[in-house]
Design a protein around this ligand. Sequence first.
Ligand code: ADP
Length: 316
Amino acid sequence: MAGAIAQMESEKVPPKPPRQAFSIPPAIIRNRKTGAAYITGGLLGEGGFARCYEVADSGRRRFAAKVVAKASLKTQKQRQKLHGEIAIHRALSHRNIVRFYEAFEDDENIYMIVELCENKTFVDLLKQRRRLTEPETRLYMVQLLTAVRYMHLNRVIHRDLKLGNLFLSKDMQLKIGDFGLAAVIKHDGERKKTICGTPNYIAPEVLFDQQNGHSYEVDIWSLGVIMYTFLIGRPPFQTKDKDVKAIYKKIRDNVYEFPSNAPISLAAENLISNLLHTRPECRPNIDDILNDPFFTTPPVLKSIPVSCLNNSPETS
Ligand code: ADP
């Protein structure tokens, strides 16, 4: 839930709370209510508020445990946000969403037991690969779109879709995680007013139309940023010095380029431009996107081999 409190962080330099905010979890994590026990393994990574460990249950099944020190939750609002994240994530079940198993606490920490994603995040993938091919992008985008369609049908907006929140399972399936900024639309037409997101991925209406608020279309915008980043290797509105104000100006003015030295297909360019429409009501909905010519252009991959963590499918 990194973004939940430090809502305007950059993906490159997430603010870290003071070290003492994290506590070391016990060697065996126990759910006192059910008696379930997990052996704590290695550290997988850490975010704004959580440390994530690999754990195994008594049947040697492996999971990821997100551990949040109670001491790091200083305000009632912070506690409510974490409980909101748990309630939303727990209610979702889709093959392209990190599976939520259970949440419990002891005196020190709150634990969330979720599906282990062995192949890390798309930040790690792009570090290795620099950019993805169009066939890979097509398949990953379809997986992402089916998960977002499911979330939206269940009235959940993720509001922080970005490479660092897209995980890869052992069998190279994309999984959306981290519901720290997610919100539920309680009635049709409800508009959210909280400014939140990550600078490179944030939709213009969140920044510049706070009166009207925002809704599901912010996730569609982020899909455009993600698709561009997959294909080009950096986010569309990024500036050289990564100055947040300059990024917001580019988002407001819809200024981004398709570099001529790394050309992508016209179908890909057109789809990205539609997703990155300044006016939220002009962005396509998920079904329109899935019917876009980009998704029917061959070759259409059925799966992606693990070798694509390091090499493009053409060379592996
Ligand atoms: P935050 O939400 O505070 O950003 P997370 O707990 O989501 O932090 O993640 C911190 C890091 O832990 C991630 O960047 C990733 O490296 C790792 N991680 C998180 N969830 C998983 C998971 N389900 N499987 C494998 N690694 C994970």
